[in-house]
Design a protein around this ligand. Structure first.
Ligand SMILES: CC(C)(COP(=O)(O)OP(=O)(O)OC[C@H]1O[C@@H](n2cnc3c(N)ncnc32)[C@H](O)[C@@H]1OP(=O)(O)O)[C@@H](O)C(=O)NCCC(=O)NCCS
Length: 85
């Protein structure tokens, strides 16, 4: 997992885990609790093509954002999740 604080109230996440055992959802929940405690209001991700449903099921929506990192060598889909109070 990689977490970057990319802007005020925004955090970018990269997630790679052993698939299909619920670990991804659990790690996402734990990460969300952590960043909420840092006053982050929105998590952004670049979903690997074909994995959008995992993020949709975890509350993400399609949203364009600017990824400051370089070298992404495969098609990705920008998505975001907003926290309500
Ligand atoms: C994508 C990834 C983080 C998901 O984590 P996971 O632990 O496998 O996911 P979970 O077991 O918590 O799955 C929760 C739900 O998301 C969906 N889901 C999970 N992986 C999916 C995938 N690859 N494609 C589409 N839907 C997926 C499933 O509907 C699943 O619900 P179900 O258990 O009822 O079928 C993990 O599979 C992974 O690291 N994959 C390889 C690297 C990768 O693609 N990372 C994402 C880069 S953006």
């Amino acid at each position: 997992m990689r977490l970057d604080f990319t802007a005020p109230e925004e955090a970018a996440v990269r997630l790679v885990v052993h698939q299909g055992q619920g670990i991804g959802s659990k790690m996402l929940r734990a990460l969300e609790e952590h960043v909420k405690s840092k006053d982050v209001k929105k998590i952004v991700i670049n979903a690997r093509k074909g994995v959008e449903n995992f993020y949709k099921e975890n509350g993400f929506v399609y949203e364009d954002w600017t990824d400051p990192s370089e070298g992404i060598d495969r098609p990705t889909i920008p998505m975001a999740k907003y926290f309500s109070k």
